[in-house]
Write a protein that binds this ligand. Sequence first.
Ligand SMILES: [Zn+2]
Ligand SMILES: [Zn+2]
Length: 87
Amino acid sequence: MSRTYPTDPWCTDKAVWHVAWVLAPRGHFSLLCETHMAATAERYDYVDRHPVEIACNMPSFAWALRSGRPSSCVTVASDQVHQERPQ
Ligand SMILES: [Zn+2]
Ligand SMILES: [Zn+2]
């Protein structure tokens, strides 16, 4: 497991939520289990979230906003990814 946000707790539970802290210009995302999603939602503001899908675990995912429907992740070519690199 890795954590993508400094305040993320280490967790080995199954991630069920994909959370977006920042969408643009560089996204900042976390994969959270149900327990941590609930705890996180009380303390932090997130921009968007959706249930974890296969694309969420891909190294080159992109957050896709769809009007009127929940967001989702799509895989993209690596040169289109605007993810923050791990420090
Ligand atoms: Zn957790
Ligand atoms: Zn996702």
